[in-house]
Ligand binder design. Structure first.
Ligand code: RB5
Length: 150
């Protein structure tokens, strides 16, 4: 599976440290930045990941900032992106199985790196169930998008 990952300065250390783990588990991961510790603006990185997914360069994305919240807010402004902040492994798989989340958001200032690693690997291994009730709910989200996003 092709993955894109990006962070601002607030997630820079975790992004760099976890890249190797992700690729060692068989995922083809592309690092979209940031590439230094210099402060950056998290919406720019969320946009990079969103564009890569919407352009089908990757199936899933991982965004890391200080809290995970800023990047999730920005990523969810893109039609077709379903981004969720997950700081536990249950949410990491359930968000894919039920909600077809395609972008995982993590806060480097919130959880330890070992939990972040487990959450990422859990998220990447999970699959949408395609259960009728989940498809129905996603269809309602698509209607909300169509009616409210240009
Ligand atoms: C950067 O200081 C911080 O605001 C950013 O990484 C993120 O936590 C925003 O939600």
């Amino acid at each position: 599976m092709k993955i894109v990952i990006a962070s601002d300065h607030g997630g820079f250390q975790y992004k760099n440290s976890l890249l190797k783990d992700i690729s060692e588990h068989g995922y083809e991961v592309t690092d979209l930045g940031t590439f230094t510790e210099a402060p950056t603006d998290y919406p720019d990185h969320a946009a990079d990941v969103a564009h890569a997914i919407l352009n089908k360069q990757a199936e899933r994305g991982i965004l890391i900032c200080g809290s995970g919240v800023g990047v999730s807010v920005a990523a969810n402004k893109f039609k077709g992106i379903r981004a969720g902040v997950c700081h536990d492994t249950y949410s990491a798989h359930q968000s894919v199985e039920h909600d077809d989340v395609n972008v995982l958001c993590i806060g480097q200032r919130v959880i330890g790196i070992e939990l972040a690693r487990d959450i990422i690997l859990t998220f990447l291994a999970a699959q949408f169930t395609h259960a009728e009730r989940h498809q129905r709910r996603l269809a309602k989200i698509n209607v909300i998008e169509s009616e409210n996003m240009k």
